[in-house]
Design a binder for this molecule. Sequence first.
Ligand code: PEP
Length: 251
Amino acid sequence: MRKKIIAGNWKMNKLTGEAAELAAAVKAGCAALSDVDVVLCPTFTALKTVSDVIAGSSIRLGAQNMHWEKDGAYTGEISAGMLRDLNCQFVILGHSERRQYFHETDAIVNRKVRAALAANLTPIVCVGELLEQREANQTEEVVTAQVTKSLAGLDETAFRRTVLAYEPVWAIGTGLTATPAQAQEVHALIRRVLAGMCNPGAAQAVRIQYGGSMKPANAKELLGQPDIDGGLIGGAALDAKSFVDIVRAAL
Ligand code: PEP
């Protein structure tokens, strides 16, 4: 039985005061909901603030990106060790916005995944096709390549610790959502790919989130699909009530 995991990706939003308020409201709303793993991923500048607010609760802290090197001359970058130092346990890697605007390739994502795991961070590895790729019937090919390359070289323990997020790019921030059947089809595909890379037992243990305009109104049906083990939430995570309602839908 895979425990559901709901993560809020706050992207480049919220000053520290606003982040503290949002985190406190989520903490209050989730106080009795321990059957779901809840992760908040604020921007780097709010990590310490949110860490302090959620201390003592079951809510976990995640970052939205990191560099693959431990330290060195990488101006503007943040290492896995620095994230651990602020109590992060998760890190989102290979988000489509990083792939699109910052030219992150699967090879780069793979280096980051390995560095995150080596530092005892759980990577949330994002994959997903563009609209034109879906329309050209390339979803299977694109997602298979992303999963295979992003997770290349991981051993069974590493596979079991990794979380994946299937995020069709055409559904992110657009208000368009994959239908539960469309999402389930790709989640099942990802699990088959994982089974081929590692073994069926490990593939069954890996949690695969759906992301792309998930909101309280559509969360229950999406989360009810057999291979959908949670959600990576963007827009709806910026509002405490919406986010907590999605966490409730995962119960
Ligand atoms: C995301 O950015 O990961 C995401 C799923 O965003 P949204 O929920 O706004 O579509």
